[in-house]
Design a binder for this molecule. Structure first.
Ligand SMILES: NC(=O)c1ccc[n+]([C@@H]2O[C@H](COP(=O)([O-])OP(=O)(O)OC[C@H]3O[C@@H](n4cnc5c(N)ncnc54)[C@H](O)[C@@H]3O)[C@@H](O)[C@H]2O)c1
Length: 404
């Protein structure tokens, strides 16, 4: 159920409340109808491809398929690219998904929709797609984009649901930017307090779409994802939204460490507060355009809270601390996540590379400590020896940052 005071459309698609967005879409539909050619309307339909089929990728396909199946604006079929694997039964994962309409490995027990089609061939999955949804672990995205180069429609738009960043020689590169650079198409982001298994069973939650300039594209993304139990708000701050979604995984590792050390709720709340402060400081140093208000959207404080309470980064870091750092994160990831990927530890490394290159470590003691614990340079208990510095004033030719 939605919290009091929040406007949630009724659950039946037929009686959903009409919003300005619906009205705008209705105009488009009417225009298409008045052209009195069904083929024109059909030709104008957007076709969505989901690139990735893990836990969140499968939920994304389910959300999208529930919207495309009853719309004249979108092609009914949603193709979902599957990184093919052979299941213990000897069957291919994509074949089982297509037979059962369920991702038995990454989202067992949840039907995706009869219009979701699992496709193991990447180029076949994106053929004719005008809307590309990227949702793989971030370490695979560059290779995927390189394979897609020259094989997508140039009028396609993209959205990234991927949390993480790449660090290149000349500095950090957000995943949405990487997609734009490699494929030459606009890329928005969708982030939020969205633990996949909860959205999958339609428990109420919210998300934020971050966009750069293209508000019409952002509205399309809102329309394709939103459900009565999944409220989506567009915000013109792509970097702010993406950095929130990325950096909170580092804070979640810290929260898991204090859980594993049995420190209780006050300590965990302190870690979350300090983490949020470092998230904001880091984001604004990298991109001065990042808006403070973004941290109060679902992608900000809400995602931070849910990830520190219930996410996989918290869980694995808890186990790491209970094992006194003697079992590596890689080892625990393999044992506890069964094929799912941990993002917080690799993001902590990427953030640390940025901090070190710019001599910012002292201004980000929490981020730095998480990385040093994850690599074994410090014991898990070092997270409690953390003392908050007054952040050094960092100056560069463009950045003068003095107040937090
Ligand atoms: N799971 C969540 O609750 C959640 C919520 C919000 C955002 N996200 C983000 O969504 C993104 C995808 O996460 P997920 O939960 O869907 O995935 P996952 O961790 O559940 O699954 C890993 C996926 O990676 C695939 N894979 C493995 N090796 C690969 C390779 N070499 N090349 C390409 N793919 C390969 C696997 O087949 C599988 O589909 C991540 O950036 C994550 O941070 C996840």
């Amino acid at each position: 159920m939605a919290p009091p005071g929040l406007e949630v459309a009724p659950s039946s698609p037929e009686i959903q409340k009409i919003t300005p967005l619906d009205a705008a879409a209705a105009v488009v539909e009417d225009d298409a109808t008045s052209a009195s050619s069904e083929s024109i309307a059909t030709a104008a339909r957007d076709r969505v491809a989901v690139i990735g089929s893990g836990n969140w990728g499968s939920v994304a396909a389910k959300l999208i398929a529930s919207n495309t199946c009853c719309s004249d604006l979108f092609d009914d079929e949603v193709r979902m690219w599957v990184y093919e694997e052979t299941l213990p039964s000897g069957e291919k994962l994509s074949q089982v998904i297509n037979r059962e309409k369920e991702n038995v490995k990454y989202l067992p027990g949840v039907k995706l929709g009869s219009n979701v089609v699992a496709v193991p061939d990447l180029l076949n999955a994106v053929a004719d797609a005008t809307m590309l949804v990227f949702v793989t672990p971030h370490q695979f995205i560059e290779g995927i984009c390189n394979r897609l180069k020259g094989n997508i429609r140039q009028n396609a738009i993209a959205i990234s649901l991927i949390k993480g960043m790449e660090v290149k020689k000349d500095g950090p590169c957000m995943i949405s930017n990487l997609i734009t650079e490699l494929l030459g198409i606009d890329c928005a982001v969708l982030m939020g307090a969205n633990i996949a298994n909860e959205v999958a069973v339609e428990k109420f939650s919210e998300a934020t779409v971050g966009f750069r300039h293209d508000k019409r594209a952002a509205d399309k993304w809102v329309r394709i994802f939103r459900r009565p139990y999944f409220l989506v708000t567009p915000v013109q701050d792509v970097e702010g939204v993406e950095l929130c979604g990325t950096l909170k995984n580092v804070v979640a590792v810290a929260a898991g460490l204090v859980d594993g050390l049995d420190m209780g709720n006050n300590t965990k709340a302190a870690i979350m507060r300090i983490g949020l402060k470092e998230m904001r400081f880091f984001s604004k140093l990298l991109f001065p355009s990042v808006r403070d208000t973004t941290f109060f959207e679902s992608c900000g404080v809400a995602d931070l809270i849910t990830t520190c309470l219930g996410g996989r980064n918290r869980r694995v870091a808890d186990a790491f601390a209970r094992n006194k750092g003697k079992r590596s994160f890689d080892d625990l990831e393999t044992e506890l996540l069964q094929g799912q990927k941990l993002q917080g530890v690799s993001t902590a490394r990427e953030v640390y590379e940025v901090l070190r290159a710019r001599k910012w470590e002292e201004s980000f003691p929490l981020f730095s400590t998480v990385h040093l614990i994850a690599t074994g340079a410090l014991a898990p208990s070092a997270i409690l020896e953390y003392s908050e510095h007054t952040p050094r004033q960092i100056t560069s030719s463009q950045i003068q940052y003095s107040s937090l």
